[in-house]
Design a protein around this ligand. Structure first.
Ligand SMILES: Cc1cc2nc3c(=O)[nH]c(=O)nc-3n(C[C@H](O)[C@H](O)[C@H](O)COP(=O)(O)OP(=O)(O)OC[C@H]3O[C@@H](n4cnc5c(N)ncnc54)[C@H](O)[C@@H]3O)c2cc1C
Length: 598
């Protein structure tokens, strides 16, 4: 699990600015290769947007756990989960190890890692206020009936007319058979809403298919987000629902910092990384085309110190909204890829927790509230947190409902105001009522007397005088045509690299996976400059091989300036479509298509 230390230029020092997933991932890769790494993080806790923190005190005065927003790890993640599998959990088990049954029924022992804290969900709630809510299973369908049920709950059901379902599936097939150039050029510039022709469709289609799970789980608005981003992630996410080699949806079995970030910090310290919390970067100095130093404000032991540090390399791992403030005209002139950071957009996505006197599991997985104007999603934590009792000394909290608000501009149902304009109390009431309206249908699940306490993400602060809510941690959104403005990890400044979810990556989604991939790319840029061949591993999305011939066909069409074969050669296309009737029917139709026979 732990990589052998590689040789490197003696004394090569790397300063990492920002201790979120990107900054910590870069520190991990560099430290394992023997670099001298220092991390400066503005917050008291490491982990950035992925962190959890102490919430309100229970009746014994112990802080209850709170998440910035609950975490999910779809099966297609490779980068961040690889790092987790390389992070030992030293404090667990008497010897820090656990038994595992290997091939041939022989039992061996291996060290426990953070990845062992990932657990699969089994269900997902698709809740509505009008009509029937549905619970979809998230493990792989095995029988024909389960396959039918899965396809039905994903693409059809009572809310979507059959011809519209068929059209949507056809759109997905078009994506599966599109060449990379079409993804990069055409789909990057096409809003998802337009690609799936949502404007002309029923309300059910718009809600369940055009918005669907992707929007709710990653805060992307289909009207403005690119088909390239939503389409790729959508295909990867639904793959997890059919392919038993990947999990559809996993989450952590405890608060994020307890089971992931804190053991990670311990491991980084063991590797020799120096980590400073409460250290805010205030300036990046640039001269002669190089970064010459960084200025910081460091709060420690109640004192505030201003300091300046110098290093051989700098990894800028702050979020895009901070990065754009740190880029000076001199730095921008030296690294032109940084010029367009202000064209990258962010949106609000923040969490709040409801602490309950009783556990209300609702479903063994995530809940998506399709009719909530604030695009709510939730998870009931207790069922997944194996050591739940450890977090409630007083015993008066038996359940935690963790909720994320992804839409901040639509009026709510109680005060008629958008979330952005609500006070904290209004925000909490509004979210609670939107949940109740979805969950209290056939029977009453949520009642006001269940509530012990609530906690709103501290990134949200309310300025009473100005009557405005500010959000210190907005999240990147991949809007149409903005990929070109996302800089690569490797900049033209020889000693500066970038890590963060906004950096151009294969993952191309504001996520922990993208943050980790960007960090690996940043580290690779440093390794290249050092002439160190021990590069970090990178993965591409898996594409079903079945569609390879069609993708090649589309590549030819693209080069000839023709549309996708679906539009250009309907006969051939019919073959791919008929694959849904079974491989034999599909192949027969394809053969006819290739041979030009009708
Ligand atoms: C509510 C919510 C739920 C989410 N859920 C998921 C999920 O389930 N799955 C998933 O994959 N992704 C999820 N994401 C997205 C994911 O959390 C982020 O994309 C990812 O964590 C970004 O990591 P990062 O390191 O690039 O940036 P950040 O997490 O923003 O880290 C940057 C760090 O830099 C620090 N910093 C900022 N300014 C300075 C400064 N001046 N000096 C020093 N340090 C500074 C910050 O404090 C922070 O720690 C979610 C995001 C939100 C907001």
């Amino acid at each position: 699990m732990t990589r052998p230390r590689a040789r490197t230029r003696a004394g090569a020092r790397v300063t990492i600015l920002g201790g979120g997933v990107a900054g910590l991932s870069a520190a991990h890769e560099l430290a394992e290769r023997g670099y001298e790494v220092t991390v400066y993080e503005r917050n008291e806790r490491f982990g950035g947007k992925a962190r959890s923190f102490p919430g309100p005190a229970d009746s014994d005065g112990h802080p209850l756990p709170a998440e910035h927003g609950f975490r999910f790890f779809p099966g297609f993640y490779r980068h961040v989960t690889d790092t987790m599998a390389r992070t030992p959990v030293s404090s667990e088990g008497s010897d820090g190890s656990r038994s595992e049954t290997g091939a041939g029924a022989e039992t061996r022992t291996r060290a426990k890692t953070v990845a062992d804290h990932l657990v699969s969900t089994e269900q997902m709630l698709q809740a509505v206020t009008d009509g029937d809510s549905r619970i979809m299973t998230t493990d792989r369908p095995r029988t024909l009936a389960e396959w039918r049920d899965r396809l039905g709950s994903l693409f059809a059901g009572p809310h979507v007319p059959p011809d519209e379902s068929a059209f949507f599936v056809d759109r997905l097939l078009t994506l599966l058979t599109s060449c990379e150039a079409r993804w990069d050029e055409e789909y990057e510039r096409t809003p998802w809403w337009e690609f799936v022709n949502a404007g002309a469709m029923s309300e059910g289609y718009q809600k369940f298919l055009a918005y669907g799970v992707t929007q709710s789980l990653v805060a992307m608005r289909p009207e403005v987000s690119s088909t390239r981003t939503i389409g790729r992630i959508y295909l990867q996410m639904i793959r997890g629902l059919f392919d038993d080699r990947v999990h559809a949806d996993r989450l952590l079995d405890g608060p994020t910092n307890d089971v992931w970030i804190d053991p990670w910090i311990d491991y980084l310290r063991e590797l020799g990384v120096t980590l400073h919390a409460n250290a805010t970067v205030t300036g990046l100095e640039c001269e002669g085309g190089h970064v010459t130093g960084v200025t910081l404000v460091h709060e420690r032991d109640g004192r505030t110190n201003e300091k300046r540090v110098e290093s051989d390399y700098y990894v800028l791992a702050v979020p895009v909204d901070v990065a754009r403030r740190l880029v000076t005209p001199t730095l921008e002139a030296a690294a032109p890829a940084l010029a367009d950071l202000d064209r990258i957009e962010t949106a609000w996505m923040n969490g709040l927790q409801f602490y309950l006197v009783e556990d209300v599991p609702t479903v063994r997985g995530h809940g998506v509230y399709y009719d909530s104007p604030w695009a709510l999603t939730s998870i009931s934590q207790r069922q997944f947190w194996s050591a739940f009792d450890r977090y409630d000394g007083g015993g008066d909290v038996e359940g935690i409902l963790s909720v994320i608000v992804s839409e901040w501009d639509e009026p709510g149902i109680v005060y008629g105001k958008p979330a952005r304009e609500c006070t904290e109390a209004e925000l909490v009431t509004e979210v609670w009522e939107q949940l109740k309206r979805h969950l209290n249908r056939e029977k009453t699940v949520l009642t006001d007397d269940l509530l012990v306490d609530t906690f709103v993400d501290p990134a949200l602060t309310y300025d009473g005088e100005a009557e405005t809510l500010t959000n210190d941690e907005p999240l990147l959104i991949n809007t149409v045509g903005t990929r070109q403005y996302r800089p690569p990890a490797d900049t033209a400044v020889p000693n500066l690299v970038l890590a963060g979810d906004y950096v151009r990556t294969e993952t191309d989604l504001a996520s922990m996976e993208a943050a980790n991939e960007a960090a690996r790319r940043a580290v690779n840029a440093i390794l290249d400059r050092e002439g160190d061949g021990d590069r970090c591993e990178l993965w591409s999305f898996d594409q079903p091989r079945l569609f390879e011939p069609a993708r090649r066909h589309d590549e030819l069409n693209w080069r000839l300036g023709l549309p996708h074969p679906g539009a250009a050669s309907p006969v051939l296309w019919k073959g791919y479509r008929r694959l849904s009737d079974g491989p034999r029917a599909g192949l027969a139709a394809l053969t006819r298509g290739f041979s030009g026979r009708k």
